[in-house]
Each structure stands twice: as structure tokens, then as C-alpha cells.
Design a protein around this ligand. Structure first.
Ligand code: HEC
Length: 277
């Protein structure tokens, strides 16, 4: 029996290591500190706003954000007029009109963020056969989450000596297998922030990841504040139940000692051991 367990454990161990190798030697990205982490975490509004600028000025050239509408950007605190102006830079198909024809019109707040390519084939054709994935829930869709996306954006380096980098690929420390079709999308001063924050590579990467963490989980703040309320309620309820329990059991014990069989026995004992005189 012991041998069977041992063999099962060994094969499990071997199985997991070969699976890890198949995924390409993955280097875990270093942990960063994020405003939205922890029990009381919230999205840093400044970072979300700056990150949206990075997304629309840089990433949106290749990546879609299908699950987000322009009006959602107003909900997280971006200026409504600025978002309307941003949306109107893109065209969407609408219709049919009275003559039955489809037509193009500028995007409105109610439209979804306009994708850069009409379909996956067009996207692959323009990107050397690789598909730039939709970024709506990318921070949830990748092992390592926001830390990995941040690592990916800041992890482009020259390939180490002896590494055979295929034509048209870039070397990235944190991308599984290290070869990625996306060339480094960000660098220092790729964007110019309105609020005067220096747009270093680290800063703009952090901002765009905060923005993408919000698109992936817009209900995070609500969820956390509800969680805290539920915890407080449970703590209060536990305290009240404890007090109630003490009161009930106090009474039961008292009853037993003033009226029950114990009392009779006690009385009998007293009678039996009456002191002389
Ligand atoms: C010039 C086009 C282009 C731009 C601009 C671009 N990307 Fe990409 N991106 C790609 C392509 C192509 C892939 C697929 C790469 C592959 O599969 O090798 C990709 C893949 C990714 C992935 C997925 C990596 C994975 O683990 O699968 C993420 C995340 C990503 N890009 C984020 C971004 C962000 C954030 C920006 C903006 C700062 C950005 N990209 C800008 C083309 C682009």
C-alpha cells in the first residue's frame, strides 16, 4: 500500500514538473503594491485616469476592450465631456436607416470601446500571425494577474547570449517561453500626462495595469465594502448571541439551584448535619 502511495506521489510530482516545462519556463513576475489590494483596497482614481490615457493612446492601436463602454469611463470618474470627445474620434456602424442601409457614425457614450480590427483574421494579418488578445479581463485571465501584466510591460530586454530569438520576436523576461510578437509597447515619455506626473516606463505601466484591473473588476470596491459590512455585522451578531447565551444559561443554572432536586438535597444535608444547640 505504501509503495502505491509513493508511486502516485512521484508520478504526480513528475507530472507537474513536465506540465510546467510545457508551459515554457515561466519566471514569476515580482510582486508590486497596488492600491486595489487588500480588504480596504480601492482604485487610485488618478492612476485609472492616466492608465486610460495610456490604453487609448497606445494599446488600443492593437488591442480591443470589448466589455467596456465609453460611459463606464464616466462612471469611474473621467470627465464626461472628455470621454464624449474621445468616443467621437472613433466610428461605429449603425443602421439600418430609413432606406435600409447601414451607415457609419461617430461613437457615443453608450457604445462599446471600438476595436482596432474588424475581426481576428484582420488582427492576426497585421500582427505577424499573432492575435493581440482583448484586454477587458486580462488581469484576471493570466497567472500572476496585475503583477504579471506589469512584469510583461516592463520586462523587455535583450535576449541573453545563446538564446535563439526568432525573426520579428521580442525577448521578454516574464512572457512564458520569453519570445513574444508584441514589440515593447511602452517606454519613458510615450504619453504626456495632464496632471504633470512624469510618464516613466514604470509609471505608465503601473497606470495602465491599474486601469485594466478596473476594467476586469469594476465592482471590486462595492464587493469589498459589502464584505467589510458583512464582517462587522457578523462580529456584532456573535457578541449579541454571546450575551444572550450567558443570560439564558445564568437563569437556567439559578433555577436549578433554587428550586430543583439539588436544593432539596442541600436542605436534607443541612438538616442531617445540624449543629447541636
Ligand atoms: C503594435 C501592436 C500592439 C500594441 C500597440 C500593444 N500590443 Fe499587446 N500584444 C500585441 C500582440 C500581437 C500580442 C500577442 C503576442 C503573442 O502572442 O506573442 C500582444 C499580447 C499582449 C498581452 C498578452 C500577453 C500574454 O500573456 O498572452 C498583453 C497583456 C498585452 N499585449 C498588453 C498590452 C498593453 C497593456 C499595451 C499598451 C501599453 C499593448 N499590449 C500594446 C500587439 C500589441
Amino acid at each position: 500500500m505504501r509503495n502505491v502511495i509513493l508511486m502516485a506521489a512521484v508520478s504526480l510530482l513528475l507530472g507537474t514538473t513536465s506540465a510546467a516545462q510545457a508551459a515554457g519556463d515561466r519566471v514569476p513576475a515580482p510582486k508590486q503594491s497596488w492600491s486595489f489590494q487588500g480588504l480596504f483596497g480601492t482604485f487610485d482614481r488618478g492612476a485609472v485616469k492616466r492608465g486610460s490615457q495610456v490604453f487609448f493612446e497606445v494599446c488600443n492601436a492593437c488591442h480591443s476592450l470589448d466589455m467596456v463602454s465609453y460611459r463606464n469611463l464616466v462612471e469611474i470618474g473621467l470627465d464626461e465631456e472628455a470621454v464624449k470627445a474621445l468616443a467621437s474620434e472613433y466610428e461605429v456602424q449603425d443602421g439600418p436607416n430609413d432606406e435600409g442601409d447601414m451607415f457609419m457614425r461617430p461613437a457615443r457614450l453608450s457604445d462599446h470601446v471600438v476595436a482596432p480590427y474588424a475581426n481576428e483574421k484582420a488582427a492576426r494579418f497585421s500582427n505577424g500571425g499573432a492575435f493581440p488578445p482583448d484586454l477587458s479581463v486580462i488581469t484576471k485571465a493570466r497567472v500572476g494577474g496585475p503583477d504579471y501584466i506589469y512584469g510583461l510591460l516592463t520586462g523587455f530586454t535583450d535576449a541573453p547570449e545563446g538564446f535563439e530569438l526568432a525573426e520579428g520576436m521580442s525577448y521578454n523576461t516574464y512572457f512564458p517561453g520569453h519570445q513574444i510578437v508584441m514589440s515593447p509597447p511602452l517606454d519613458d515619455d510615450m504619453v504626456e500626462y495632464d496632471d504633470g506626473t512624469p510618464a516613466t516606463l514604470a509609471q505608465s505601466s503601473k497606470d495602465v495595469v491599474t486601469f485594466l484591473a478596473w476594467t476586469a473588476e469594476p465592482e471590486l470596491e462595492e464587493r469589498k465594502s459589502l464584505g467589510v459590512k458583512v464582517l462587522m455585522y457578523l462580529i456584532l451578531l456573535t457578541a449579541m448571541l454571546y450575551v444572550l447565551k450567558r443570560r439564558i444559561w445564568n437563569r437556567i443554572c439559578l433555577d436549578e439551584y433554587t428550586h430543583g432536586p439539588y436544593v432539596e438535597e442541600f436542605q436534607k444535608n443541612l438538616d442531617n448535619h445540624k449543629l447541636p444547640g
